[in-house]
Design a protein around this ligand. Structure first.
Ligand code: AMP
Ligand code: MG
Length: 356
């Protein structure tokens, strides 16, 4: 029996009309599909529209993501490759339209993270071998290479923007959008869905996602947070409306050299993989900020994430430190349901930025 039929049997008509607009409404249709985007499987769920529109929307998103992947790939040829080549010359050049918005956003987000999120350190990422589809055979670069790149200090403010024209002011500049391109792409995808009249959906790239509206039952979406082991679930939370959940973890891309593991999130101040953090989960309205902030707070680590989160205007953070402590702000604690709460040593920070 449908939930509406159950309501009709037991409730007076006035109450039933009220419920039609709340919890006890008929189930909406749900459409699930999956495709490859940004090198990961993208899960798309759409609720409340016909299957033709949902299938069309999925096709549009899949081709949009393919184009974004081509435009922002850090080591295949394409618009970003061209920008990186030109930035090194120090000459002025026209910005490809696909790349300019990310440079602008990258400058703002980098500044508010005190440079811990720094998409201009592509040379360092390259030196560590993380510009490869399979970094497992890599080894650490020579210490002099790292020291030289850190000393050149490439950063987003070294890019001069004059309307549509760009100029690089540091020969060590190399852009890598790996820490926020996926977030920006998911924001564009959600804008596309909304333009098509879709207001209930999840765009999920391997656990990093943005959810809008509600589930087919009318209840909030239930979202899983990845465990810092890289496998399994740390906890879950609910989203009703519009929010993004992004996690940065040291399990994602890594290699082992002489018995020591090296992961892909680099501290721009040292040039080495950031120490002290296993994973950081951020909830934020837009995915671009959530993605950049998860990376920045990972680098900031257990002692400094709170300050950087405040500066970046983040409302919800959960960080697992290398020494096994689970740190979060009180607002996050009210939202997250941990799977195995008793196994964690939990430390609460003071309140963060209140949500508007
Ligand atoms: P994420 O998984 O979102 O934390 O992004 C990590 C990816 O961003 C890495 O694979 C690098 O390509 C790039 N990256 C590493 N360290 C940084 C950093 N400090 N700032 C910006 N991008 C970074
Ligand atoms: Mg990120």
């Amino acid at each position: 029996m449908s939930s509406l039929a159950t309501c009709q049997r037991y409730l007076p008509i006035t109450l039933l009309l009220g419920l039609l607009f709340t919890g006890c409404s008929p189930e909406q249709t749900r459409y699930d599909t999956r495709f490859l985007a940004f090198g990961t499987l993208m899960d798309l769920t759409i609720v409340g529209v016909g299957s033709d529109l949902a299938a069309h929307a999925a096709q549009v998103l899949e081709s949009d993501f393919a184009e974004m992947h081509r435009s922002w790939h850090a080591w295949d040829p394409g618009p970003l490759g061209y920008v990186n080549k030109m930035l090194k010359t120090g000459e002025q050049f026209s910005a490809p339209p696909a790349v300019l918005p990310l440079i602008r956003l990258g400058q703002t987000l980098s500044l508010s993270s005190e440079g811990l999120f720094n998409p201009a350190i592509g040379e360092l990422i390259d030196a560590w071998g993380f510009h490869s589809n399979d970094p497992s055979g890599s080894r650490p670069p020579p210490t002099e290479t790292i020291a030289h790149l850190v000393q050149q200090n490439p950063n987003m403010q070294d890019i001069e923007i004059d309307g549509l024209l760009l100029r690089g002011k540091n020969p060590a500049l190399k852009l890598d959008f790996g820490a926020f391109g996926k977030g920006f792409g998911i924001d564009l995808a959600v804008t596309r869905l909304k333009e098509m009249g879709i207001s209930n959906a999840i765009v999920n790239a391997g656990g990093d996602l943005r959810a809008i509206g509600r589930r087919e039952t009318g209840e909030p979406w239930r979202i899983a947070i990845r465990h810092p082991d890289g496998d399994g679930i740390l906890g879950s939370l609910e989203i009703a409306g519009d929010a993004s959940v992004f996690t940065s973890g040291n399990y994602e891309r890594q290699f082992t050299w002489e018995g020591k593991r090296y992961h892909h999130i680099i501290d721009p101040r040292s040039g080495y993989p950031a120490q002290g953090t296993r994973s950081v989960t951020v909830i934020h309205h837009d995915s671009t900020t959530a993605d950049a902030a998860a990376t920045a707070l990972f680098v900031a680590g257990p002692d400094n994430w709170y300050r950087i989160a405040r500066r970046m205007g983040i409302h919800y953070v959960l960080l697992i430190s290398e020494n096994g402590e689970l740190q979060m702000n009180p607002e996050m604690q009210t939202r997250v349901k941990l799977v195995d709460e008793a196994s964690w040593k939990i430390r609460l920070s003071p309140a963060l930025n209140p949500e508007p």
